[in-house]
Design a protein around this ligand. Structure first.
Ligand code: HEC
Length: 299
């Protein structure tokens, strides 16, 4: 009999301990479950951007956005290293989303159009913004003043080799050569009648040309996809009344200038040496383009 209360106590204690343990386990489970699902949802949002980026962009821009993806070396224009400044476009979510959707015409940067829902587009743009704002490493290339001006206008500076030959012809049948412009800064503008974004920017380029009238700067608008200069001139005049275009008649000039995408631009300096090159449409009315050209005329 004397053992009964003790056994009762044990049962009581065991039951209590058991219930407590159960509560702890249940509590832990619930808590754990909560935190797991909490982590899961935020991780899902955080990983969507990187996931899409690795699948759609990293092959060119590199997994860390340094412009060193596996396909990068085969491309004519280098994919942006997101950590370098400046960019062509403003570095904010709205602008990045616009570039992702529309691409950059005349470059290999593809536009995805409406391939992604808005929420995915947001996640992707956020990830690009993150890559753009991190890892500006101490080894980052410090750009010279000239390189910076060129980059802001979307150009890359060249070594200054003699410019390849071109045989040009205007609407009147006049023959033109680069050497006719020895004392001028020449912008070779390769465009095409079949290139809608080339046609769209003809007017702005013509305005730029006119605004430098009297200075030693000239733009040669070389049509690349129409042999008949009259046809090319007629179309160009529709988009930019007063503009004068030319065609290349040797047949190999375009290859010498490695024109693969349109529009393409080369700047040739006063001594007939190449200064810079670029591809792709841009805002020719921007101050960056003007400042860059001015810097080359005065130097
Ligand atoms: C086929 C290669 C390629 C792929 C794929 C690609 N890009 Fe690009 N991207 C480029 C190139 C080349 C440029 C630079 C174009 C130029 O300005 O000359 C560029 C430029 C950009 C810029 C412009 C930065 C600026 O200067 O304004 C952004 C932003 C960008 N890419 C984001 C993306 C994102 C996001 C993806 C994936 C959805 C992507 N790119 C896929 C090649 C690529």
């Amino acid at each position: 009999m004397s053992q009964m209360p003790a056994r009762g106590n044990w049962i009581f204690i065991a039951t209590f301990a058991g219930l407590f343990a159960l509560a702890v386990v249940v509590g832990l489970l619930i808590g754990k479950k909560r935190s797991i699902s909490g982590i899961a949802t935020s991780a899902q949002a955080d990983s969507r951007g990187p996931f899409l980026y690795q699948g759609m962009c990293a092959s060119c821009h590199g997994s860390e956005g340094r412009g060193d993806g596996v396909s990068a070396q085969n491309l004519k224009s280098a994919p942006r290293d997101f950590s370098l400044r400046p960019w062509k476009n403003p570095i904010d979510l709205t602008s990045i989303k616009k570039v992702i959707v529309e691409g950059i015409p005349g470059t290999v940067m593809p536009g995805i159009k409406n391939a992604l829902p808005e929420s995915d587009l947001d996640s992707l743009a956020k990830h690009v913004l993150k890559l753009a704002s991190q890892g500006i490493s101490p080894t980052e290339k410090v750009l010279s003043e000239a390189e910076k001006l060129a980059m802001e206008a979307g150009f890359v500076l060249l070594q200054g080799n003699p410019a390849p030959l071109l045989q040009l012809e205007d609407e009147q049948g006049g023959k033109l050569k680069l050497s006719d412009y020895k004392d001028k800064l020449v912008m070779l503008h390769f465009w095409g009648v079949q290139c809608p974004h080339c046609l769209k920017e003809l007017q702005a380029l013509f305005e730029l040309e006119k605004s430098f009238q009297g200075k030693s700067f000239v733009i040669l608008h070389v049509c690349t996809d129409e042999d008949d200069v009259k046809v090319a001139q007629q179309l160009a005049s529709k988009y930019a009344p007063g503009i004068k275009v030319v065609v290349e008649t040797s047949g190999i000039g375009l290859a010498r200038y490695e024109v693969q995408t349109l529009p393409a631009f080369w700047l040739v300096g006063k001594e007939g040496r190449t200064i810079a090159r670029s591809t792709g449409a841009r805002d020719w009315g921007s101050k960056h383009c003007r400042i860059f050209i001015e810097s080359l005329i005065t130097n």
